[in-house]
Design a protein around this ligand. Structure first.
Ligand SMILES: NC(=O)c1ccc[n+]([C@@H]2O[C@H](COP(=O)([O-])OP(=O)(O)OC[C@H]3O[C@@H](n4cnc5c(N)ncnc54)[C@H](OP(=O)(O)O)[C@@H]3O)[C@@H](O)[C@H]2O)c1
Length: 237
């Protein structure tokens, strides 16, 4: 149990990929804090994590609001008793043409996916630097590698996430902090099922557990090795 007793913060850990990651971490003996806006969902998922025998706490805050993030991360680290691993997973998506998409929707995608990741990382990073050790996993997307019609806001946000994440990686390698930028393709999560992007057929479509397994495998690498970037694709197009 190489990861036993580590402490992880997973933003957006109440459902979808974040929840799958939380449950996979719990099976490795990692104590977990999940965050999100919907307290009811956070409570339910925290109970599921605890049932696997690890400590689990949750904190309610909106990642796109820096004042909330400052307080939320301070409370989270106090309640968790420290932090070794940060998974910057919270994110939103919406699709629409340049002319149709409301300015407020475009802005909220950038605020949540880009500024949210920046705010959370800014508040957690000093704790990892102090320990001269840590892991940060930043969830981008294949939409951060290529643009597409009707995906301008989401794609712009994920291109930005990749730039932020790769810059951070080069900045904090010297602090023994590994930064992993993930660019998954479509996974059958709550988000993609709700948006109707996939039917979620487990014979063909990536599942949240596949994503979680990749993160755990990266964390298990010897400290001298870092999974800097990883794309997860389904075998069947
Ligand atoms: N599923 C895919 O195919 C896919 C592929 C590539 C990348 N990704 C990325 O993977 C990440 C997770 O996606 P998912 O599919 O698991 O989505 P999901 O099922 O919708 O889950 C998103 C999570 O983020 C939280 N969240 C959203 N906005 C937030 C905010 N402003 N403040 C705090 N928490 C917030 C949600 O909780 P609340 O609603 O309670 O706040 C929820 O827990 C996202 O960054 C997404 O862009 C997904």
């Amino acid at each position: 149990m190489k990861l036993k007793n580590k402490k992880a913060i997973i933003t957006g850990g109440s459902r979808g990929l974040g929840k799958a990651t939380a449950l996979a971490f719990a099976k490795e003996g990692i104590d977990i804090a999940i965050t999100g806006r919907n307290e009811e969902k956070l409570k339910q998922t925290t109970a599921e994590i605890k049932a696997l025998g690890v400590n689990a706490v949750y904190e309610v805050f909106d990642v796109s609001n820096y004042e909330e993030v400052k307080i939320g991360i301070k409370n989270t680290i106090a309640n968790l008793g420290g932090v070794d691993i940060l998974v910057n997973n919270s994110g939103i998506a919406a699709f629409g043409s340049f002319t149709d998409m409301e300015v407020s929707v475009w802005e909220s995608i950038i605020k949540t996916n880009v500024l949210g990741m920046y705010y959370v990382t800014k508040e957690v990073l000093p704790f990892l630097i102090d320990k001269n050790k840590g892991d940060i996993i930043n969830v981008a997307s294949t939409a951060g590698l290529n643009g597409n019609a009707n995906v301008s806001a989401y794609s712009a946000s994920k291109f930005a996430v990749i730039g932020l994440s790769q810059s951070l990686m080069k900045e904090v390698r010297k602090n023994n902090i590994r930064v992993n930028t993930l660019t998954p393709s479509t996974i059958a999560s709550d988000m993609t099922l709700e948006l109707g992007i996939t039917d979620g057929n487990p014979e063909k479509v990536l599942q949240p557990d596949d994503f979680a397994e990749l993160i755990v495998a990266g964390l298990k690498l010897p400290r001298r090795a870092m999974l800097a970037n990883a794309s997860l694709w389904s075998t069947n197009p």
